[in-house]
Design a protein around this ligand. Structure first.
Ligand code: PGA
Length: 251
């Protein structure tokens, strides 16, 4: 039996409700007959209600790109777990590199967001990854351990069941410069090894992200410890995203 895969799109700040509806309707035939792939789209907040309405009968999961740790209050611009669940969201991303590096979110903030989602049974795709200068300084393993380590004080085995890890080297995101097979294998192994050291629970599925496209995904999905992809640019166009889903289903 084929291993279970995950192909998740991150639309970032693209696709308002009208465009979201268009792309999701084009994806419908593809997501109707999945055998071993879970497909998800992290849509901008304003497009979530429309996306959820259009996918009620579909296996496609719809999620948010971030979530706050408090239930309500004076947190302008933020959305709580309860609000996402009220409209029926299936998951959220946390710790995306753009949140870390453009908006200055710290490991501690990201840990609070992640634990808040998991504690309320919201699936969390927790993103980690090193900057180019960190890789060049030989610090990739240390960075991954620090980012995951920030979760540990509160991450129980039970909570980790609802978590997916996305390894996204920052230098490969949106650059067209996909990480090489060796780099992906090593980083995913680093995560698996670290997880075994710090947790009794099974390691969550680990997705690769960073310039994934129909041209490189067939190789990536077959690598050890790779359970799928978190896809930015190629998830915006139904035709490309459908090809990624097909590649996952064939692998
Ligand atoms: P990309 O983005 O596929 O456009 O490189 C990946 C991501 O940011 O999740």
């Amino acid at each position: 039996m084929s291993k279970h895969h995950y192909v998740y799109g991150n639309w970032k700040m693209n696709h308002g409700p009208a465009k979201a509806a268009e792309v999701l309707s084009e994806l419908e035939p593809v997501t109707e007959k999945l055998s071993h792939t879970t497909v998800g789209i992290a849509a901008p907040a304003v497009s979530l209600p429309k996306a959820l309405e259009l996918t009620t009968a579909s296996a496609l999961k719809v999620g948010s790109q971030n979530v706050h740790w408090e239930e309500s209050g004076a947190f302008t611009g933020e959305i709580s777990v309860g609000m996402l669940q009220e409209i029926g969201c299936d998951f959220t991303l946390t710790g995306h590199s753009e949140r870390r590096h453009i908006f200055g979110e710290t490991d501690q903030m990201i840990a609070k967001r992640t634990i808040a989602g998991l504690s309320k049974n919201l699936e969390v795709v927790f993103c980690v990854g090193e900057l180019l200068e960190e890789r060049e300084a030989g610090k990739t393993t240390e960075v991954l351990q620090t980012q995951i380590g920030a979760l540990l004080p509160e991450l129980t085995a039970e909570l980790s069941k609802n978590m997916i890890i996305a390894y996204e080297p920052v230098w490969a995101i949106g650059t067209g410069k996909v990480a090489g097979a060796e780099e992906i294998l090593q980083a995913h192994k680093d995560i698996v090894d670290y997880w075994a050291e710090v947790s009794d629970a099974p390691c969550p599925p680990i997705l690769y992200g960073g310039s994934v496209s129909p041209d490189n995904f067939a190789e990536i999905i077959r690598l050890d410890n790779v359970s799928g992809a978190l896809v930015g640019g190629a998830s915006l166009v139904a035709e490309k995203f459908s090809k990624l889903i097909a590649i996952s289903e064939e692998a």
